[in-house]
Design a protein. Sequence first.
Length: 244
Amino acid sequence: MTTATPLLDQETRHKWQTLLDTLADISARHPDAVFASSLAAEDMVLTHAIFEARLPIEIFTLDTGRLHPETLAMVDRIAQRYGVALRVVHPDSRAVQEHVAQHGEFAFYDSIELRKACCGIRKVQPLRGVLAGHSAWLTGQHRDQSITRSELRESEYDHAFGLHKYNPLASWTDAQVWDVIRAHDIPYNPLHDQGYPSIGCDPCTRAVRPGEHPRAGRWWWEQASSKECGLHQGNIESKVIKNG
C-alpha cells in the first residue's frame, strides 16, 4: 500500500492514510462497489489510491460525446501510468440524436430544463445503467466545490439511484487535493493549468476569471444554486430542504 511522502503536512498525510483505510473498508463492505470518475483532479486522487492499493473497485468514466480532447486523453494517460484500461460509458446515441433534432444542438443554453434534459440523456441515464445491480458507488466530490455540496456527507444512501454512495474526499480542500497530486506525481488534466478548476462538457465549461469561485465556469449562465447535472441530485435537494 502506498504511504504518504514527507512533502505532505501532517494533516494531509493523515487524510491520505484515512482515505486509503476508508477505501479498503468500502471495498470490504461492498465488493461490487464502482467509482464514477470525471477524470478531474479530485477523481485522479481517488484513482491513484484505488490502483496503488490494488483494490477491486471498478473505475469507469462517462463520455458524454462533448468532452474536451484533454479530458478524453486522460483515459490513455491512466492506462499508461497504471496499466489499467478504464471502462468508458457512452449515452444512447438514438436518444441524443432525437433530443438534438427536437431542441437543437445547443438547447442547453435556452433553459435550465433543457440543460438538465441534455445532462439526463448524456450523463444520468448512462450512469443509472452502470449502477444497476450494484450496492455502492463512489464519487470525488468535496464540500468546498460549490454551495450545493457544502452539506456533503462522506457516506449516504442515494435514493435517486437506489444504492449506497460514498464521498471519501468530502472533507478535503482543493489545496489538499493538489498537495497529494504533487507529492505522488499523479497525472491530471492539463486544463487545470489553463484556468479550469472544474471541468465538464466543452460547451458548458469555461475558464474562471481571477477571484471567481472554482465552479463559476460550469454552466456559467445559471445561478450557483442550480449547478448540478443530476448525477448528484441529493446535493440540490438537501439545500432546498434546509433553506425552504
